[in-house]
Ligand binder design. Structure first.
Ligand SMILES: *Cc1c(COP(=O)(O)O)cnc(C)c1O
Length: 361
């Protein structure tokens, strides 16, 4: 007999099962824009569920661009695995790049396949994460006492069933040196229905547990998404957000400020803003580094510091993440710095102990 689904799981499971996976299925909705995309989806699978699809207001908007295939994905620019996650993988599906933390892939599925995904070489392929790779990953973590922080990723870890996730979290929590567990998930944005009371209740047993969501546009901050975030926050889970800077989606100071302020209202603290990775098939989303700095500069001071993420680049060839800040130093003098304020004024700040007259420059 098939095990009975819990009733609260029916809605999200239905949304996952019923997702659009072929451009032709959207011909009625978006017309000729959907033609000639089969060669794209043969290379990079498509999946959009009806919830996320319903956020599209018109073809070509910020939601459309994130989830609908585009012929420019066939461009040869970029690298297959720019972060060289494979090279830093002691066992398949686990990347150990920093001394005290690892990235552990526990699912290869997502609720929506983002067109800018930096792990698109892997998502949607059933052979990438298997019970065997999960066992090996756990064994690696168990054997390496330096690992105090495990970052579950994928695919989307929250597309696992409560039971599968419970199993993995229980095994991790049984390892004494694992102090922090983090889950990176796009589900609060692309399938908020997945955040059921049962899931929140189960996750509560594994603190300290952090969830980093992934929202890229203020129009993704719906009532459903807010309810999902509330449920997780009420379960005591601190929420962060890892946003990707994307040309034509959110490369605009007003859009970014409204996203960051909206996230904070939903109790998710903006954590990272990533410069897009140089992944093959995503070059139409790339923005110059300067653009990200301009956007950070436009938000800083005009919105609470709580809204400000770290703007970072994940370096090609596996160098790790490097943070960037706009330049606030206008001039260096022998006794101090001339700094630029958020109102574009110049202020002197002394380098050494305050003495008489120092503040006058
Ligand atoms: C991003 C990342 C982490 C986590 O980095 P934090 O700055 O601690 O959030 C860990 N491992 C890998 C391989 C990563 O890419």
């Amino acid at each position: 007999m098939k095990p009975l689904r819990k009733r609260e799981d029916e809605e999200w499971m239905h949304l996952v099962g019923d997702a659009v996976t072929s451009p032709a299925d959207l011909r009625l909705k978006f017309g000729d824009k959907m033609r000639g995309l089969d060669s794209v989806t043969e290379r990079f699978p498509m999946r959009v569920n009806s919830y996320y699809l319903s956020l599209i207001e018109k073809a070509g908007d910020s939601i459309f661009r994130q989830c609908i295939p585009d012929s420019r994905e066939l461009s040869d620019e970029g690298l297959i695995d720019p972060l060289e996650e494979e090279e830093h993988s002691p066992v398949p599906g686990l990347t150990h790049r920093y001394p005290d933390r690892v990235l552990f892939l526990v699912s290869s599925r997502c609720a929506v396949y983002c067109r800018f995904c930096n792990r698109r070489r892997k998502v949607g392929r059933p052979d990438v994460v298997t019970p065997e790779t999960i066992r090996e990953g756990l064994a690696y973590i168990r054997a390496n006492k330096d690992i105090r922080d495990v970052l579950l990723s994928g695919g989307d870890p929250l597309l696992l069933s409560d039971k599968e996730l419970f199993r993995i979290l229980t095994d991790l929590r049984a390892i004494p040196h694992v102090e922090i567990i983090r889950i990176g998930s796009r589900v609060p944005c692309t399938l908020p229905q997945r955040i059921t009371p049962g899931l929140a209740e189960m996750l509560k047993g594994f603190h300290p547990l952090y969830i980093n969501a992934h929202f890229n546009h203020p129009r993704e901050l719906t009532c459903e998404a807010a309810a999902a975030c509330s449920r997780l926050a009420d379960a005591g889970i601190p929420l962060g957000c890892q946003t990707v800077l994307l040309k034509g989606v959110n490369d605009d100071p007003f859009v970014m400020k409204s996203l960051m302020q909206g996230l904070l209202k939903m109790r998710a603290k903006p954590y990272y803003l990533f410069q897009p990775d140089l992944v093959k098939g995503t070059s139409h989303f790339w923005t110059p580094l300067e653009r990200g700095l301009e956007i950070m500069d436009a938000v800083q001071g005009h919105a609470s510091g709580m809204c400000l993420p770290h703007f970072a680049v994940d370096l090609p060839h596996g160098g790790g993440k490097v943070p960037f800040l706009p330049n606030y130093v206008e001039e260096k003098k022998d006794n101090g710095l001339v700094l630029r304020t958020f109102e574009q004024k110049r202020h002197f700040y002394p380098l050494f102990c305050l003495g008489k007259g120092d503040l006058n420059d």
